[in-house]
Design a protein around this ligand. Structure first.
Ligand SMILES: CC(C)(COP(=O)(O)OP(=O)(O)OC[C@H]1O[C@@H](n2cnc3c(N)ncnc32)[C@H](O)[C@@H]1OP(=O)(O)O)[C@@H](O)C(=O)NCCC(=O)NCCSC(=O)CC(=O)O
Length: 500
């Protein structure tokens, strides 16, 4: 397979003719360099046509200005010495100062062996520069190209808000031939590949270079969305005809469990106009029960964390990894000041040895803590079942919406009945007395707004999810337009005051 070099990549990703190099003459390492290394640098420059292993600059993608840093593998394997590190840090700092989103396309053998430990330590300043960029609320997107290894993968290659890999790429920490030389055996096949990292929840997608521009453009449309607050939209009338706290809780529970009831994927498919799914925690775990995506409802950009009941196993509905994935979404929202939408639709958190050993209770606690204290506008939506701590973990937001037949309870009503009556038979009675259904949740101040189901969401799935989408757009924009200190104070007061 022929691979693009750094300039070819920049050419194919940026709008035609828009690339402007930021590079200046490479710095000399303090203490100078040997004649032999100087000759190697000269030969590398001849071979690659560039003067260092990194190129930096700016350009536009679909008209939007972006900064780029890319590795040139043909220059000493894209390895990072003092000069390459300096070039990277200068470009990252400039992108931060100029408020530009930053795209990185590494391809590298890691730290430059000819420069040794002092070059190795440059991983620290590169990491610091990336973190300062992120802390400024600016997107950092990484395209891991073939091959990316060592200290490049272990610094700027692994710090993206969103990370994708090139098809068929070798992406790994220690190079396979180094492993073989040290240990006398081959490194296992199909481990250090972009595809495997995707399978393991380390990268978000595997995408060819020709699709990068389109993907980046859509990702930035969402991630830069918080920088311009959208104009307000009218409040759609989505209230049910009547809201009666004495209505039948069990009827709502039965309705929420109908197999044809629309789920979070139906909501995104029908009611969102941009959807970019992310994959797993980015740290090596994924759980199909939770969907993490960048999306837009109308003009409102957001991060969606949705419990997908169609992908939750009845025995292991949602494990600790799902909540770690959710917390990744919360961190993204916090850093980029992007609104967050959570969708609650779960028969409960996983109850198993694996879940206990994976820290399920702790993950619920940390999700509650992160979400309730999130410094970004947030909306939760009880779409259907809301059972137990796994559901509560995604509730504490600025605005809590519920479908008419949504519900929230400390555990499944059957379980509550078993605790109190030593039988599951009295679940309906328990649900009623515990006040789990939407009208009661609203009466108690848990839910702010109920979205009508005309007879039942399962019977009008498209109209129902469209109604939900319109409501989300309105609520998100209203929150974005409010000063954040006021919004946060109201959120704290609200949860402090519940029940008293
Ligand atoms: C990246 C690769 C898989 C690519 O394999 P390929 O077969 O395509 O290419 P190759 O091995 O022939 O490499 C091309 C040329 O680049 C040189 N080369 C490769 N990596 C280099 C490096 N880090 N510093 C200096 N030169 C390097 C090779 O010696 C070779 O030189 P010539 O053409 O003259 O023979 C392999 O080069 C590799 O395993 N590199 C080491 C990866 C690694 O373990 N890095 C960790 C470094 S320590 C580090 O980064 C810090 C940390 O780990 O935290």
């Amino acid at each position: 397979m022929t691979r693009l070099n750094a300039l070819e990549l920049v050419d194919i990703v940026l709008d035609e003719g828009s690339y402007l190099s930021w590079d200046t003459t490479p710095v000399q390492p303090a203490g100078g360099i040997s004649d032999a290394y100087a000759a190697e640098l000269e030969a590398a420059a001849q071979k690659s046509g560039v003067d260092e292993s990194i190129i930096t600059g700016e350009g536009t993608i679909a008209g939007r200005r972006v900064a780029v840093i890319a590795g040139e593998f043909r220059f000493l394997a894209g390895s990072i010495g003092v000069a390459a590190a300096e070039r990277l840090v200068d470009a990252i700092e400039r992108a931060t100062l100029e408020g530009l989103p930053l795209l990185a396309g590494p391809a590298s053998g890691g730290t430059r062996m000819q420069e040794g430990t002092i070059a190795f330590l440059s991983m620290v300043k590169i990491t610091n520069a990336v973190i300062a960029h992120r802390k400024a609320g600016l997107p950092y997107l990484v395209y891991l190209r073939h091959p990316t290894t060592g200290g490049v993968f272990a610094s700027w290659g692994s710090l993206g808000h969103v990370t994708v890999a090139e098809p068929g790429s070798l992406i790994g920490f220690l190079g396979p031939r180094v492993f073989e030389a040290i240990y006398g055996e081959k490194f296992p096949e199909n481990v250090q590949t972009g595809e495997n990292l995707h399978k393991m929840g380390i990268v978000d997608a595997v995408i060819g270079p020709e699709r990068i521009a389109g993907t980046v453009s859509r990702v930035l449309d969402v991630l830069m969305g918080a920088k311009e607050v959208p104009s307000s939209v009218p409040d759609p009338d989505t209230a049910p005809d009547s809201v009666d706290p004495n209505s039948d809780a069990w009827a709502a529970i039965t309705s929420s469990r109908r197999p044809e009831r629309p789920g979070v994927r139906d909501l995104l498919r029908t009611a969102a106009n941009t959807v970019l799914p992310l994959n797993g925690t980015g740290e090596g775990e994924k759980d199909p029960g939770l969907l993490l995506a960048l999306a837009k409802f109308g003009s409102a950009p957001c991060i969606v964390l949705g419990q997908d009941r169609f992908r939750q196993d009845s025995r292991e509905p949602m494990g600790p990894a799902a909540l770690r994935e959710a917390r990744r979404g919360m961190r993204l929202a916090a850093e980029l000041h992007l609104p967050l939408v959570t969708v609650i639709d779960t028969p409960g958190a996983a109850l198993s040895k694996e879940a206990e050993e994976g820290g399920i209770a702790g993950e619920i606690a940390r999700s509650l803590a992160d979400l309730a204290n999130l410094d970004a506008p947030s909306v939760s939506l009880i779409l259907g079942e809301g059972s137990g701590g796994g559901a509560l973990a995604l509730i504490p937001t600025d605005r809590v919406l519920s479908a008419e037949h949504g519900w929230l309870s400390p555990l499944p009503p059957e379980g509550a009945s078993a605790i109190v009556h030593r039988t599951t038979e009295r679940a309906a009675e328990m649900a009623q007395s515990q006040g789990v259904h939407a009208p009661m949740l609203q009466a108690n101040g848990v839910v702010d707004r109920i979205i009508a189901e005309h007879s039942d969401a399962s019977d009008e799935p498209l109209d129902f999810v469209a109604r939900v989408g319109e409501t989300l757009e309105y609520e998100l924009i209203s929150l974005m337009r409010e000063p954040s200190a006021r919004r946060l104070a109201r959120r704290m007061d609200r949860y402090r005051g519940l029940g008293i």
